[in-house]
Design a binder for this molecule. Structure first.
Ligand code: C5P
Length: 413
């Protein structure tokens, strides 16, 4: 998660996370996880097993969470510590989860603080396995995982493939990066109606229109607003497809990412998915024009002369052209980035493109628009007065937009 995104915000803010840490080398990443969750506003109680303390010190967790790290089932707090933790937890996440922990948890053992807490909770439980790839593939480890997933309804998060500890393999076994685990914790905390199980389609980023084999027409869109919307909709429990032009951002966790380059490719991808979408958000900054003729050779200074003219042809307006394919009762959200008379132009777009909601902002205002992590937007709809929001991060804007979408989905469902 980017540094700007690490502010107290939904759905982590004010929620109680019990973070179990067991004895694997990936435990060093859990300090980052505890720190990020705390910065997102969560109250984090780190619970370390004896073997976790061979890899990381309780003091490290204490330093980043501002709370005592817990290590002892028989602590001075008395035998009720696991009961209190189990009751207060909004979510329990065990990261890393070793093979030994998986075996003990699958058998309902109560021989340390984290396993005992698991028996005493009704909160959702996430388990993030991390171990050598041959150990992970062992049939008994797989059987324990299947039991935790199918019988106890624990959410198994990861592992990923990639380099393991020195001298080990490269198969599945690596703990997911902390930001991905943070998103899974966010989903466990944030799943709610009317998004749970609904299909959400988001377009994001710029498009690239080739001028010759090496040059293109593009724009300054980073994709951040659309990516934030896709990730937030997934956290609320939706099935999300993100159709993105070229962007340097990480693929959002849990989201089905469809990469495209040109407006025509984006149009085709939207056209294939929009009939089944309950919500469509058009956050992409689509190039209005593309080169009328393709060139298969690079334009050169010597052969082109001092002036070059490129003739352009209009791209499809994706939102308008796919309007007739929208699912009945679905909600369509558009964006309008303007440089003058923002509300007037935005209101025209709302009607012309048949949006239910339009998110308008002024590209010239500082802290709004392209290439910045924040946005100052006004929300427009056909049936209510424009609503001006304060300067917010794009992640916060995404939550505000989804709240308005939720109200419409509930009434149209
Ligand atoms: O570019 P314009 O300001 O008209 O874009 C308004 C809305 O229409 C945005 O939501 C944008 O994603 C969408 N759009 C589109 N296809 C285009 C241009 C814009 O879907 N070719």
């Amino acid at each position: 998660m980017s540094d700007q995104a690490l502010i107290p915000r939904r759905p982590w803010n004010g929620r109680h996370v019990v973070l179990g840490v067991t004895g694997g080398i990936a435990a060093y990443k859990s300090v980052q996880l505890a720190r990020d969750l705390t910065r997102l506003g969560a109250v984090v109680d780190a619970v370390l097993t004896a073997s976790a303390q061979k890899f990381v010190a309780p003091m490290s967790f204490q330093g980043v969470t501002g709370r005592p790290a817990l290590t002892d089932l028989f602590s001075p707090e008395g035998g009720a510590l696991h009961i209190r933790l189990g009751r207060e937890a909004d979510v329990i996440c065990v990261a890393p989860a070793t093979a030994d922990f998986l075996a003990r948890a699958a058998h309902g053992r109560a021989d340390d603080l984290i396993c005992t807490t698991l028996l005493a909770t009704r909160a959702p439980v996430l388990v993030c396995p991390a171990m050598n790839d041959r150990m992970f593939a062992h049939p008994q480890v797989q059987a324990n995982l299947a039991h935790l997933r199918d019988r106890l309804r624990y959410r198994i998060v990861g592992p990923a493939e990639g380099a393991l500890a020195v001298g080990e393999g490269e198969g599945p076994g690596r703990m997911l990066d902390p930001w991905r685990i943070e998103e899974h914790i966010g989903r466990a905390l944030g799943e709610e109606q009317p998004f749970a199980g609904r299909s959400v389609l988001v377009t994001a980023g710029p498009t690239r229109e080739a001028l010759d084999p090496v040059r293109y027409l593009g724009n300054r869109s980073s994709g951040r607003m659309g990516y934030a919307l896709a990730q937030a909709a997934w956290r609320r429990g939706a099935k999300v497809s993100l159709i993105s032009g070229p962007s340097h951002l990480n693929s959002p966790e849990g989201v089905d990412l469809v990469r495209v380059e040109t407006a025509v490719e984006m149009h085709d991808a939207v056209s294939a998915l929009i009939p089944s979408a309950d919500v469509t958000v058009f956050a992409a900054a689509v190039a209005d024009f593309r080169a009328a003729e393709g060139r298969d050779q690079k334009m050169k200074r010597g052969t082109e002369g001092p002036e070059v003219s490129i003739s352009l042809t209009a791209n499809p307006d994706i939102a308008s052209e796919t309007r007739g394919q929208r699912k009945p009762g679905s909600v369509a959200v558009g964006f309008a980035l303007e440089t003058e008379d923002v509300l007037e132009h935005a209101a025209k777009k709302l009607h012309a493109k048949g949006f239910d909601l339009l998110v308008a902002n002024d590209a010239l205002e500082s802290g709004a628009g392209f290439e910045v992590p924040t946005n100052r937007v006004t929300l427009l709809s056909a049936d209510s007065a424009p609503e001006e929001l304060p300067l917010l991060t794009k992640e916060e804007v995404a939550e505000e937009v989804l709240d308005r979408v939720a109200a419409r989905l509930t009434t149209s469902a």
